[in-house]
Design a protein around this ligand. Structure first.
Ligand code: NAD
Length: 251
C-alpha cells in the first residue's frame, strides 16, 4: 500500500469523537481525508480544522444506513483524489439501555442498521474500489470491547459490535490475496460526546473503574491505533480485533 503521507483515507462519523480525532491524526501524517458524516455541520467543522492546520480534506454528507450514500462516499474519494487507500468505518450510535425482555424494537433496528449494516454497506463500496485499483488498501472497523463480551442492558449495541468482528474476519479471509487488509479495533470506554451524552458523572466514575487503568481512553489513543493498522507497519496484520482497552478484557 502507499505510505500514509500519500494515502487517500475515508473516515465515517468524522464529525465527532473518535472519528474526528482519527481524521486529524491522518491529516497530521499527510494523508488526504474524506470526512463523511450524517451531520453536515459537524463534518464541515472537521474539514475546516484540518484545512486551517494546512491539511487536505473533503466533506461528504453520508448516512451509513443508505447504501447509495456509502457508494457516493467512495466516489467522492476517487473523484477528489483518484483512489481510496484507507477506510475507517467508525460511525455509530449507542441505543437505549434496557434488558432484552424490554428492549424497544425500534432501537434494536436502528442500532443494528447503523452499527452493523452501516459497516457492511461501507465495506462493500470500499472493497470494490480497493480491489479494482493497484496497491490494495486497508480497512479498519470500529467495534468495541463489547464486540467480545456482553454488557447488561445494551443488547443491540453488543450484538452489533459482535457482528462487526464476524464481518471483519470474513472480509479479511476473502481478501487475503487481494492486497486489502481488514481489521477491527475494540476500544474500552472512550471520552467522547457519545459517552458523555449517555452517562452522568457518577456513571462515568463507575465505568472508569471497569478498566484496570482506572480511566477512560482518550479519542487520540484510539486514533493512533487506527493509523498504525492503516500503515505498512501492520503489513502482516489482517482479520484482527485489536483491543485498546486499558486492560478491560484481561480481567
Ligand atoms: N465512546 C466510547 O466509549 C466508544 C467505545 C468503543 C467503541 N466506540 C465506537 O466508536 C464509534 C464512534 O463513537 P464516538 O464515541 O466517537 O461517538 P460520537 O457520537 O462522538 O461520534 C459519532 C459520529 O458518527 C456520526 N453518525 C451517527 N450516525 C451516523 C450515520 N447513520 N451515518 C453517518 N454518520 C453517523 C455522528 O454524527 C457523529 O459525528 C462508534 O462506532 C462507537 O460505537 C465508542
Amino acid at each position: 500500500m502507499v505510505a500514509i503521507d500519500e494515502a487517500v483515507t475515508v473516515v465515517t462519523g468524522a464529525g465527532s469523537g473518535i472519528g474526528e480525532r482519527t481524521a486529524y491524526e491522518f491529516a497530521d501524517r499527510g494523508a488526504s481525508v474524506v470526512v463523511a458524516d450524517v451531520s453536515v455541520e459537524a463534518g464541515r467543522e472537521t474539514v475546516e480544522t484540518i484545512e486551517a492546520d494546512g491539511g487536505e480534506a473533503t466533506f461528504v454528507e453520508a448516512d451509513v444506513t443508505d447504501g447509495d450514500d456509502a457508494a457516493a462516499m467512495v466516489e467522492t474519494a476517487v473523484d477528489a483524489y483518484g483512489r481510496l487507500d484507507v477506510a475507517f468505518n467508525n460511525a455509530g450510535i449507542d441505543g437505549e439501555l434496557a434488558p432484552v425482555v424490554d428492549y424497544p424494537d425500534d432501537d434494536w433496528d436502528a442500532v443494528l442498521d447503523v452499527n452493523l449494516s452501516g459497516v457492511y454497506r461501507c465495506m462493500k463500496a470500499e472493497l470494490a474500489q480497493m480491489q479494482a485499483q493497484d496497491g490494495g488498501g486497508a480497512i479498519i472497523n470500529n467495534a468495541s470491547v463489547l464486540g467480545k463480551v456482553g454488557f447488561a442492558n445494551s443488547a443491540a449495541y453488543v450484538a452489533a459490535k459482535h457482528g462487526v468482528l464476524g464481518l471483519t474476519k470474513t472480509a479479511a479471509l476473502e481478501n487475503g490475496e487481494t492486497g486489502v487488509r481488514v481489521n477491527a479495533i475494540c476500544p474500552g470506554f472512550v471520552d467522547t460526546p457519545l459517552l458523555r451524552k449517555g452517562l452522568d458523572e457518577e456513571m462515568v466514575s463507575q465505568v472508569e473503574e471497569l478498566h484496570p487503568m482506572k480511566r477512560l481512553a482518550s479519542a487520540d489513543e484510539v486514533a493512533t491505533t487506527v493509523t498504525w493498522l492503516a500503515s505498512d507497519d501492520a503489513s502482516f496484520v489482517t482479520g484482527e480485533a485489536v483491543d485498546v482497552d486499558g486492560g478491560y478484557l484481561s480481567q
